[in-house]
Design a binder for this molecule. Structure first.
Ligand code: SAH
Length: 398
């Protein structure tokens, strides 16, 4: 690889790489030699000429290169990918007991040493997202390894997120290996069955990161009147109903998600009369419930990402404050609020501060009962804090 194109960084800009953070921003680069194309492996050097990393070049992106390896002897290519994917699967085997679920995130991008690669297993279907120029360059090798190592019968691609555009790549989605599933694809998670739409659902079809939090909140639901804001296909609602909730009102703006939620309710033999589904904007709906004097003993808020980066944190903070404040106004004394943020740009500390502000404005005292994070198949590397995007709080209104 002596002839690999070379990126030389500006003085002092090697610091984040020495801490093993895998992103190289365009502004850190002093010189590019050897005319690398999108996805090509580049040899990254400090201003003093020392080797820092092998990375994948991405000329269209602000994140101009993503590190494959900090070890000069570890040349990027199928052998390295085989080891990384193998290690990712071993980690899942070690951390998620097989009886928990048959739906798992097998590869979680940077946090598994594979920047821009996501692979979710839903029963015997694998759904992949190829979100970086580097992974696109090695697409065939990555898919072949994933197919073999996962043993999945079919692979569906869902590289149709905005992340791809930022990398200068066009959207790509559809079945890429095996034959289409015959009928609906079904998974089981903590004993609850869900139909997953891998072709048209959000993300890769399901929010796997909330697996254990859904189950935990379900255990707290007995006898409670619950409100489930941003319900998607009913995850928290089904868990709460299975846990003995008196009723659950679910709100989501997506009609197809609610349709699937209703099918999931039936799939689990749960009584339809305890579940109410509302297609609406949660921001407005919470205000509407307040005017109707509705009250609840359990509120779940699991909104989409409001702040992809710290730059958006302030605007996002206003959004979180608004829904949480309005949710607190609907919560009876002794009621529980399970509230989440999946915004990478909002730190756990900031999220807790926002909740403290909402509580002050609502004039209530809140007991911090539990903290939540993403399930173990969404690992976090200490050197890549962006991987710790999901946080949640369980608060009891005193
Ligand atoms: N809790 C869910 C995942 C929620 S994902 C689960 O366990 O599976 C976020 C959901 O918010 C998506 O279903 C999306 O359709 C919905 N959504 C986004 N913006 C919304 C809004 N303003 N009002 C209502 N729903 C919204």
């Amino acid at each position: 690889m002596g002839a690999a194109p070379r990126l030389t960084l500006k003085p002092g800009r090697e610091r984040s790489l020495l801490r093993r953070h895998p992103w190289i921003f365009s502004g850190a680069i002093a010189e590019v030699r050897g005319a690398p194309q999108s996805g090509d492996t580049v040899d990254v050097r400090g201003a003093d000429g020392h080797f820092l990393a092998w990375a994948a070049y991405s000329p269209a992106s602000q994140i101009r290169a993503r590190v494959w390896s900090f070890d000069e002897a570890e040349i990027p290519g199928p052998d390295l990918f085989e080891r990384r994917i193998g290690a990712a699967l071993d980690l899942r085997r070690a951390t998620v007991p097989p009886e928990t679920t048959n739906a798992l995130r097998l590869v979680h991008g940077e946090s598994d040493g594979l920047p821009g690669l996501v692979a979710d297993r839903y029963a015997d279907t694998l759904v992949v997202q190829i979100l970086s120029a580097g992974c696109e360059r090695w697409r065939d090798a990555l898919i072949a390894i994933l197919r073999e190592r996962s043993g999945c019968a079919r692979i569906h691609e869902r590289s149709d997120t905005e992340g791809r555009e930022l990398e200068g790549l066009s959207a790509s989605a559809g079945l890429i290996a095996g034959t289409a599933v015959d009928g609906p694809l079904e998974i089981v998670e903590h004993g609850i069955r869900y139909e997953v739409d891998v072709a048209a659902g959000q993300k890769t079809g399901f929010y796997l990161d909330q697996r254990d939090n859904r189950a935990r909140v379900g255990l707290l639901a007995e006898g409670r009147e619950a409100l489930n804001g941003f319900s998607y296909t009913g995850g928290f609602a089904l868990c709460a109903l299975a846990g003995g909730a008196r009723s659950v009102l679910s709100i989501d703006s997506s009609a197809p998600a609610l349709e699937l939620a209703k099918r999931n309710l039936a799939l689990n033999g749960l009584e339809a009369d305890r579940a109410e589904w509302l297609e609406a904007d949660v921001f407005g709906a919470l205000r509407g419930l307040r005017t109707e004097d509705r009250q609840f003993d359990l509120v779940v808020l699991d909104p989409p990402k409001f702040a992809p980066t710290p730059k958006d944190a302030e605007r996002a903070a206003r959004g979180y404050k608004d829904i949480n404040l309005n949710a607190l106004k609907l919560l009876r004394r002794g009621g529980l609020l399970a509230t989440f943020s999946c915004s990478g740009g909002v730190s756990p500390e900031l999220f807790q501060k926002i909740l403290a502000g909402a509580a002050a404005d609502a004039g209530v005292s809140l007991l911090l009962r539990e903290r939540y994070r993403a399930a173990a198949d969404h690992p976090v590397r200490i050197e890549f804090p962006e991987g710790e995007y999901l946080k949640g709080l369980l608060l009891e209104r005193l």
